[in-house]
Design a protein around this ligand. Structure first.
Ligand code: SAH
Ligand code: SF4
Length: 398
């Protein structure tokens, strides 16, 4: 679902978003937003709550945070005032600031989230049918892998996001979409996909903690069957993802022979196709009802022939699979072009005939350049001088 072809540039920027030069308060209190139950437990104990009440207090705060989405301690009405006051002295309920927010004509929303001086990640909301929709979240700032068709791979700055920073992306989007309290029947965000910036399996412990928080039935309550993790093929971590986290799996395949995949998705040199597909065959929980998604980006004259479509079908035999054909999203200086529409359709037909549902991802949010991982480097260029100023200010607080 969530990679969109973007053709034109920014259209609507939110005037209410803070200016990029807004100073960050150094004295900001740590926020409860995004904390795990274990972290909240510590906070509650530090606030002097007697041992026998800790569990109950954690549950109450949890519901306020993740079911109701409150941003004010006063709203926590079942928590005694003195405890509220103590919590408020040491903690906030704030989310990270937005550097930018854009809304496309088709309802796609893109959030550029500021995590520190010069550190930004994006999350993209893609509306579905009715009020349903998916949020595409980032797992790292940048990416250490260098897939040749991906803009994120060209970005230098890399660090893992914390579990809280992953959860906060969902909280920010839910704030914006008026999607609190968590209500099973009427949600804007029904699915979460890890298809933003970064390689989630290189940050698996934090991704798993984040999944635990967002799938918890007393809070955000998005079930694990509605959480999809996309990987370029980090084979050693795949089993754990299925067995421990119970996530739905997506594989960025993009090529049907090792020679080409070595070039497009260089991690293939470490974990070639045979190993990758064998890990898919053994993925815990995969079944016809829970298929593995294979993403295949359509690159003109590179991987888009009929012969490759037939080979793709042969490769996936025996794996409960569905195939997503993604029109290549070009970026400045990219060494590829997107396949022609007719070629994509011909390719899709071969795959469909073999019995694979092969939706071609409809381009979404074109007018706001809402392709996951594509925006950040542009915004960095746009505001390089602002970021430099911030870094200097952070290094030399006056
Ligand atoms: N790192 C993980 C998840 C993030 S990328 C992964 O690679 O799976 C999410 C998807 O977007 C991947 O399938 C990736 O191959 C695809 N993608 C990256 N750049 C793209 C581009 N320019 N056009 C189309 N799809 C792209
Ligand atoms: Fe990283 Fe995924 Fe982009 Fe490859 S496609 S560089 S793994 S974000």
């Amino acid at each position: 679902m969530p990679v969109w072809r973007a053709i034109t540039r920014f259209m609507t920027s939110d005037a209410a978003a803070p200016s990029p030069t807004t100073p960050i308060s150094i004295a900001a209190l740590p926020t409860l937003a995004g904390m795990s139950r274990a972290q909240l437990r510590e906070v509650v104990m530090d606030a002097g709550v007697p041992e026998r009440q800790v569990r109950m207090r954690v549950s109450q705060i949890w519901r306020w945070l993740y079911h109701s989405g409150v941003r004010d301690f006063e709203a926590m009405t079942d928590i005694a005032k003195p405890l509220r006051a103590t919590l408020e002295q040491s903690h906030a309920l704030a989310r990270p600031a937005l550097s930018d927010r854009q809304v496309s004509k088709d309802g796609t929303r893109k959030y550029l989230i500021k995590l520190g001086p010069g550190i930004e990640v994006e999350a993209v909301y893609i509306p579905g049918v009715g009020r349903a929709g998916a949020l595409c979240v980032s797992s790292q700032v940048g990416c250490t892998l260098n897939c040749t068709f991906c803009h994120t791979g060209t970005q230098a700055l890399v660090r893992n996001l914390t579990a809280a920073e992953i959860v906060q992306q969902i909280m920010i989007a839910r704030d914006d979409l008026n999607d609190w309290p968590s209500d099973e029947d009427n949600r804007a965000i029904t699915n979460v996909v890890f298809m933003g910036m970064g390689e989630p399996l290189y940050n698996l412990p934090n991704v798993m903690t984040a999944m635990e928080i967002i799938s918890d039935g007393e809070g955000i309550a998005i079930s694990r069957r509605r959480i999809t993790v996309s990987t370029s093929g980090v084979v050693p971590q795949m089993h754990e993802l299925g067995a421990e986290a119970g996530a739905m799996l997506a594989i960025s395949l993009h090529a049907v022979n090792d020679q080409l995949r070595d070039e497009l998705v260089p991690i293939n040199k470490a974990y070639p196709l045979k190993e990758l597909l064998s890990a898919c065959k053994n993925y815990p929980g995969a079944s016809n009802a829970r298929r593995i998604t294979f993403e295949y980006v359509m690159l003109k004259g590179v991987n888009d022939s009929d012969a490759e479509a037939r080979k793709l079908v042969r490769l996936l035999a025996g794996i409960p699979a569905k195939i997503n054909l993604i029109p290549f999203n070009p970026w400045p200086g990219a060494p590829y072009e997107c396949s022609d529409w007719g070629r994509i359709e011909a390719f899709a037909q071969i795959v469909n005939k073999a019995g694979y549902a092969s939706p071609i991802r409809t381009p979404r949010g074109r007018d706001i350049d809402a392709a996951c991982g594509q925006l950040r480097s542009q915004s960095i260029k746009k505001r390089a001088s602002d970021i430099l100023k911030e870094r200097l200010a952070a290094a030399n607080p006056s």
